[in-house]
Design a protein around this ligand. Structure first.
Ligand SMILES: C[S@@+](CC[C@H](N)C(=O)[O-])C[C@H]1O[C@@H](n2cnc3c(N)ncnc32)[C@H](O)[C@@H]1O
Length: 219
């Protein structure tokens, strides 16, 4: 298994190709207001994926905290998963649309990545299975179903599975008023030490070695 730095160019050339692909993809309604029956790979690649600089930042975070177990909620076409996968982390990624999950698995095969565990199903269906696996996650990346109530419930479900120094990254905390309100409610929880608003996402940890603070950064 190569480290992400070594296949970054391959991921980015795949991204370019996907943005031109008119391959149809059936839409599955996962409760977040998806519209229409059919999309295309290009539309998904343009709309849903983390941009390269954000995917690289997440990958750097994953390596910096030496995450042994990483959970991604929202696989999509699997490009950020490819950045997060590495020789020393076990990545589990969950996707509710089986057509998209299958495409993502094909991408990892093409990139030569073999250690991603892909789970197909809605997040709500999968919490019990994830909890039963007794894995302590060092990094949990929540990147699907951008509704405030859903985000709050995902944080609640994630906490028992988060290692003591683990980090939760919530995507798109400024995507809507509803998401901003949820982020404020989550930040008011006593358990966190560091809370970071990086605009694109919010980062939370209970790591007791860190000073209790709420910081804002832009990059
Ligand atoms: C923003 S995309 C993920 C992008 C991906 N993390 C990346 O950066 O490449 C969100 C994905 O989550 C999936 N999703 C949304 N709500 C879901 C739910 N309730 N259960 C399972 N999957 C869901 C969608 O089908 C979509 O593919």
């Amino acid at each position: 298994m190569r480290s992400p730095g070594l296949y970054r160019a391959d991921i980015e050339s795949l991204r370019k190709r996907l943005k031109q692909s008119h391959k149809p993809v059936p839409i599955v309604d996962l409760g977040a207001g998806s519209t229409g029956d059919i999309s295309t790979v290009a539309a998904i690649a343009r709309r849903s994926l983390k941009r390269p600089k954000h995917a690289r930042a997440l990958s750097a975070l994953c390596q910096h905290i030496a995450s042994r177990n990483t959970l991604e909620l929202g696989t999509s076409l699997g490009l950020t998963s490819a950045y997060l996968a590495g020789p020393s982390t076990q990545l589990i990624t969950v996707e509710g649309n089986p057509h998209i999950a299958q495409i993502a698995r094909g991408h990892w095969e093409e990139l030569g990545i073999s250690n991603i565990k892909s789970i197909t199903g809605s997040f709500d269906e999968q919490w019990d299975n994830l909890a039963a696996s007794s894995i302590d996650f060092d990094l949990i990346f929540i990147d699907g179903n951008h509704r405030g109530e859903a985000l709050k419930s995902y944080i609640e479900k994630s906490l028992p599975m988060l290692s003591p120094n683990g980090v939760i990254v919530c995507d798109d905390i400024h995507w809507s008023k509803d998401m901003e309100a949820a982020w404020s409610t989550i930040c008011a929880m006593e358990c966190w030490t560091l809370q970071m608003d990086a605009f694109e996402w919010g980062l939370l940890t209970r790591n007791s070695a860190l000073k209790r603070e709420h910081v804002r950064i832009r990059f």
